[in-house]
Design a protein around this ligand. Structure first.
Ligand code: CUA
Length: 167
């Protein structure tokens, strides 16, 4: 069989690129241990509040220990439910002392949303059927916007809250 010179080059390039891709993928997955952040914890999107963390009274920021917080969030079109204040009004602003560790747990009953505290590495997808979680430490005082960075419908741009990191 005769292979044209260029044909041979393209074959080598193609196979070489595939091998390079698999090596990079394997390095990330096995050596660096990069895995999906939610660890595949599932939840029935129709019965979110059957889970203790997402009962209405447990939403929002809760102090669990000195410098340790849990933030439970229900993201839905087009709102972040962060619980209610003493007057029963929805919380749209949370304050976290700088340097604290916050375990963020987020779920959604409807479509895919984002959870991104702009300007920080707190960024994850919130998918129906899964509990998304990550641990966040915010060291720089200031006001940040918590926003949805997955297009979720006509009110997508109205989906936000503010997070204040205090001294
Ligand atoms: Cu929720 Cu975009």
């Amino acid at each position: 069989m005769h292979l044209h010179k260029y044909e041979k080059w393209w074959l080598i390039l193609g196979v070489g690129t595939l091998i390079a891709f698999l090596l990079i993928l394997g390095y990330g997955a096995f050596y660096l241990g990069t895995h999906p952040q939610s660890h595949g914890i599932t939840i029935d999107p129709e019965k979110i509040d059957a889970e203790e963390s997402f009962k209405p009274e447990n939403l929002g920021l809760t102090k669990v220990d000195e410098g340790q917080y849990v933030l439970n969030v229900v993201a839905s079109a087009f709102n972040y439910d962060l619980g209610t204040d003493e007057e029963g009004k929805p919380v749209k602003h949370i304050q976290i002392p700088k340097g604290s560790t916050v375990l963020v747990q987020a779920v959604t009953p409807d479509v895919i949303h984002g959870f991104n505290i702009a300007g920080t590495n707190a960024n994850m997808m919130v998918e129906p059927g899964f509990i998304s979680s990550m641990e966040v430490t915010l060291n720089k005082p200031g006001e940040y916007t918590l926003l949805c960075n997955e297009y979720c419908g006509s009110g997508h741009h109205m989906m936000f809250a503010t997070v204040e990191v205090t001294e």
